[in-house]
Design a protein around this ligand. Structure first.
Ligand SMILES: *[C@@H]1O[C@H](CO)[C@@H](O)[C@H](O)[C@H]1NC(C)=O
Ligand SMILES: *[C@@H]1O[C@H](CO)[C@@H](O)[C@H](O)[C@H]1NC(C)=O
Ligand SMILES: *[C@@H]1O[C@H](CO)[C@@H](O)[C@H](O)[C@H]1NC(C)=O
Ligand SMILES: *[C@@H]1O[C@H](CO)[C@@H](O)[C@H](O)[C@H]1NC(C)=O
Ligand SMILES: *[C@@H]1O[C@H](CO)[C@@H](O)[C@H](O)[C@H]1NC(C)=O
Ligand SMILES: *[C@@H]1O[C@H](CO)[C@@H](O)[C@H](O)[C@H]1NC(C)=O
Length: 480
């Protein structure tokens, strides 16, 4: 009952995402933009001018290593964040459970993994919800070394609005547009009264969206009413947003890894885990964790599920059918399948991205992608440039048309090559985890650190660029 209702809703959602994508992609300005961006980088690199003077009033908490700037955290009325967590029982009924907002967004300890993972890492594996990055970032940013209490000395303004939680509670109900937009509208009213917003119109402001970007870009077609209209609002156009799935054409959307259950406390936790997955006895060639979408046309998930079922007889594939196993909050079955397999299949679902891609890599399995936008075009700040070094790409058209056999393609990789790919995956892990906020990770940058460094650097580059422009083009023109 529930499943078929869910499927209908998902089919609907999928059709909406297709419509939104086609509105946003193939933007002619993008390549020009990338070009001018590299030009900016070139100019920064070649600049003969001394660095700008340090701000006069030194930040009270931020330390002197914050050469690229400091971040100020707004204190928002609680209706925009903590109140939304408190009423968790009316949030998205399928993916969100009460209690997951505990532990700074990391959730409760995943005791069901006892006996599967090393004993001394049981404490760092949690039942983390995939939509919890709003809470995780907020919690981490409050303790960031470059946080300043003085807005005057800030270069990045973080708005701790839980936009995904705010809309999540209306997504699967028959709610009105006004209800879906209520928090977003109020938030815009609130920020517009802030002096530092007025100074920049939001262009030095950043927000974290715990859900995919399409959940905030409602279409005008009443038949395709989904999500809020937060990112369509004119005020939001200059605000930088971290999100688990970005709109490829939008410079202000920055893809961040989905939160997984692994939250290492130290570099030693990471090393222990890396050694564990490196030497794990993987007895299956591949695995598929997911549910079929039988009523969605060209259902590649259903096809992969069936392929995997067929191959599971010989032990070649391990299948975890999420229509049977509850997959949303992690489980021991998923962990065992990922650990026990060389590769994991990662088709698109309702949208292009999946948390499972990250679960897979953290378990040391090599991801197999069918759409570039599931990963390569999403998380540029996190992944190496050569996709073939850490993943396998099989075009979804080749699979649907029966031109390529998954097993055939994967069997073709020698043990040595797979081992090399796994080493690449293992190297990536520290960058895609959200480590414990008290962690002493020996200077290793986790997903949160990379996001913060990146936005501080990006805003600095933009400031430098504006400064050069206002200095007059005379001085810089000869360099081009
Ligand atoms: C901000 O936007 C308003 C309204 O569009 C405009 O009048 C103002 O000049 C802008 N301010 C800055 C600093 O860009
Ligand atoms: C890996 O597992 C297989 C199947 O259970 C077993 O035959 C093999 O001996 C194991 N290899 C190692 C190195 O433990
Ligand atoms: C799975 O096996 C059944 C029975 O042999 C076969 O009819 C079906 O085509 C196979 N499906 C896939 C996707 O390989
Ligand atoms: C996951 O969520 C389901 C549904 O809420 C619940 O029945 C199950 O016990 C949860 N599993 C774990 C490991 O928390
Ligand atoms: C997708 O990625 C693969 C592997 O990097 C590449 O060969 C292919 O050209 C890409 N396809 C599209 C449509 O971008
Ligand atoms: C296996 O690899 C060979 C050599 O690289 C290639 O020619 C062949 O097409 C591959 N087979 C499959 C099924 O991908």
């Amino acid at each position: 009952m529930l499943i078929s209702k869910k499927s209908r809703t998902l089919q609907f959602i999928t059709s909406i995402f297709h419509s939104i994508h086609s509105q946003i992609t193939s933007h002619p300005r993008i390549s020009l933009f990338i070009f001018s961006l590299s030009l900016v980088q070139l100019l920064i690199f070649c600049s003969p001018f001394p660095p700008p003077p340090a701000p006069v009033s030194l930040p009270s908490m931020a330390d002197d290593r914050c050469e690229e700037g400091n971040v100020y955290v707004y204190k928002l009325p609680t209706m925009f964040n903590s109140d939304l967590v408190g009423t968790c029982e009316d949030l998205d009924p399928w993916h969100w459970q009460c209690g997951v907002a505990t532990n700074g967004g990391y959730g409760t300890t995943a005791t069901e993994l006892a006996g599967i993972i090393p004993e001394n890492l049981l404490q760092v594996w949690h039942r983390t919800n995939q939509f919890s990055s709003e809470i995780i970032f907020h919690n981490r940013i409050l303790k960031h070394k470059c946080r300043t209490m003085e807005p005057e000395s800030a270069t990045v303004f973080y708005i701790p609005f839980y936009a995904g939680l705010a809309v999540g509670k209306y997504l699967f109900t028959d709610s009105t547009n006004d209800e879906r937009d209520f928090h977003a509208v109020e938030l815009i009213k609130w920020v517009q009264m802030q002096r530092y917003w007025q100074r920049s119109n939001g262009s030095d402001h950043v927000i974290v969206l715990g859900r995919i970007t399409w959940d905030f870009r409602r279409l005008t077609d009443p038949e395709k009413r989904w999500g809020s209209t937060f990112l369509n609002m004119p005020e939001m156009q200059t605000v930088t947003r971290f999100t688990i799935e970005r709109a490829p054409g939008d410079y202000h959307d920055i893809g961040i890894p989905y939160p997984t259950g692994f939250h290492p406390r130290s570099i030693s936790d990471i090393r222990t885990w890396q050694n564990f997955i490196r030497t794990y006895n993987r007895t299956s060639l591949f695995t598929f964790v997911g549910a079929a979408r039988e009523d969605v046309g060209d259902d590649i998930r259903g096809l992969l599920l069936q392929t995997c079922r067929n191959e599971s007889v010989s032990g070649t594939c391990r299948v975890v059918d999420c229509a049977v196993t509850p997959c949303a909050n992690g489980s021991s079955a998923i962990m065992e399948s990922l650990l026990g397999s060389e590769f994991c299949l990662q088709p698109r679902g309702d949208s292009f991205t999946r948390r499972s891609v990250f679960d897979c890599m953290i378990a040391g399995a090599v991801p197999v992608l069918f759409w570039n936008r599931t990963m390569y075009d999403q998380y540029e700040w996190y992944l190496p440039e050569e996709p073939e070094s850490y993943s396998v790409f099989i075009d979804h058209n080749d699979v649907s048309a029966g031109r390529k056999s998954i097993k055939g393609v994967l069997e073709n990789y020698s043990k040595d090559v797979v081992k090399k790919m796994r080493e690449r995956v293992i190297e990536i892990i520290p960058k895609i985890v959200y480590s414990d906020d008290e962690s002493n990770n020996g200077g290793m940058k986790d997903a949160f650190d990379i996001a913060m460094d990146g936005v501080l650097r990006r805003f600095k580059a933009e400031r430098d660029e504006r400064r050069r422009e206002s200095d007059g083009s005379k001085k810089t023109r000869w360099k081009i």
